[in-house]
Design a protein around this ligand. Structure first.
Ligand SMILES: Nc1nc2c(ncn2[C@@H]2O[C@H](COP(=O)(O)OP(=O)(O)OP(=O)(O)O)[C@@H](O)[C@H]2O)c(=O)[nH]1
Ligand SMILES: [Mg+2]
Length: 194
């Protein structure tokens, strides 16, 4: 197997598990937000590069995986828990939060209502996770003519709530999807190697 690590040693915190002598890092992300905002579409686009126009509401949770090779660092195996946004499933089961280091809170830029739910989702996440990187995502960026939430509002919300950042994505075109995940992963790697 190709050697992926330099000999440089670094301190690992107990928040990530490390297998086979620092060659693999396992990270868990959880994706939350109202129904229909595009959580599944973002996960699918990121993990498989595909997009589906059909809306099939998620029931419970689906788990996606993605393996990333970080030059001079190693392999990250990312597990992405895609939750259901539908009202009656709004309560995320406690075990879904377990071990998550990344939270992606998604709203739909064409729906003010989904943006108004963001505070509740974030409060919910913070009750369960004390040290996670939270990224706010305004999805459906390709539907610009139907926009109901200004980019500035999203940015301000992320600042107000001291989140890692705000990014607008399109699961349909793929725009910024990798970047949204990378934002959180980079932050975790930065903290680990500091
Ligand atoms: N135009 C456009 N449509 C999108 C985008 N992302 C998702 N959609 C569509 O929006 C609908 C809902 O997408 P899902 O990904 O299933 O939404 P969800 O947040 O997973 O919904 P729940 O599982 O019910 O919580 C589907 O018809 C998708 O094709 C996007 O970026 N642009
Ligand atoms: Mg879904």
């Amino acid at each position: 197997m190709k050697k992926l690590f330099s000999k440089k040693s670094f301190q690992m915190r107990d928040e990530v598990s490390c297998l086979s002598q620092l060659s693999e890092i396992h990270l868990k992300a959880i994706v939350i937000g109202d129904y229909g905002v595009g959580k599944t579409s973002l996960c699918r686009r990121y993990a498989t590069g595909m997009f589906e126009e059909d809306y099939k509401p998620t029931i419970g949770v689906d788990v996606y995986t993605k393996t990333l090779e970080i030059p001079d660092f190693g392999i990250i195996r990312l597990q992405i828990w895609d939750t259901a946004g539908e009202e009656r499933f709004k309560r995320i089961y406690p075990r879904y939060w377990l071990g998550a280091r990344i939270v992606l809170v998604v709203f739909d830029i064409t729906s003010r209502k989904t943006f108004e739910s963001v505070d509740e989702w974030i409060e919910n996440a913070r009750t369960h996770l004390k040290d996670a990187q939270i990224v706010l995502i305004g999805n459906k960026k390709d539907l610009e003519p139907y926009r109901e939430v200004d980019e500035e509002k999203g940015r301000k919300k992320a600042e107000e709530l001291s989140l890692l950042g705000y990014i607008e994505t399109s699961a349909k075109t793929g725009e910024n999807v990798d970047k949204a995940f990378k934002m959180a992963i980079d932050k975790i790697l930065e903290k680990m190697t500091r």
